[in-house]
Ligand binder design. Structure first.
Ligand SMILES: *[C@@H]1O[C@H](CO)[C@@H](O)[C@H](O)[C@H]1NC(C)=O
Length: 134
């Protein structure tokens, strides 16, 4: 019995020491992106971490002013909070729309700068990361 308790205690102790240390949460900047529907005048802003992970627009903007029954219908997008190194893109398979905090924070999503055509962005995700180097 003594041995059993000692053994259990040993196993317990080794389980504790074998538990991985909590990984410190990497300090990714928060990026804020606004989507605009110039036809309705609606807009909404969502935050993502600049960590390179894909975020579905339907998740980010669910229930917001630009959520039209589950469809994200907008005319343009803007990085409203980013760093000079932030690069973001909307992606739907091979369809990629780039944004850059330093020199391209605003994008016209319908591809026609002369018109505010609504584009359904529901199939797109948003990915942001910080460019390495200067
Ligand atoms: C988007 O940016 C990447 C580099 O970050 C570049 O390779 C690609 O050609 C750009 N695409 C467009 C459509 O501008």
């Amino acid at each position: 019995m003594q041995l059993t308790i000692a053994l259990v205690a040993t196993i317990f102790a080794s389980a504790i020491s074998a538990a991985p240390a909590m990984a410190p949460r990497d300090n990714y900047p928060t990026v804020r992106v606004s989507l605009y529907n110039d036809q309705t005048g609606h807009m909404a802003t969502a935050s993502v971490l600049s960590d390179g992970m894909a975020n579905m627009l339907t998740d980010l903007f669910r229930g917001s002013a630009i959520d039209d029954n589950g469809h994200i219908k907008v005319t343009s997008a803007q990085l409203v909070q980013s760093t000079q190194k932030t690069r973001c893109f909307f992606q739907n398979y091979n369809d990629i729309i780039n944004m850059s905090g330093a020199d391209n924070p605003f994008v016209d999503l319908d591809g026609n700068p002369a018109a505010a055509l609504v584009r359904d962005m529901s199939g797109f995700n948003l990915q942001c990361s910080e460019r390495a180097g200067a």
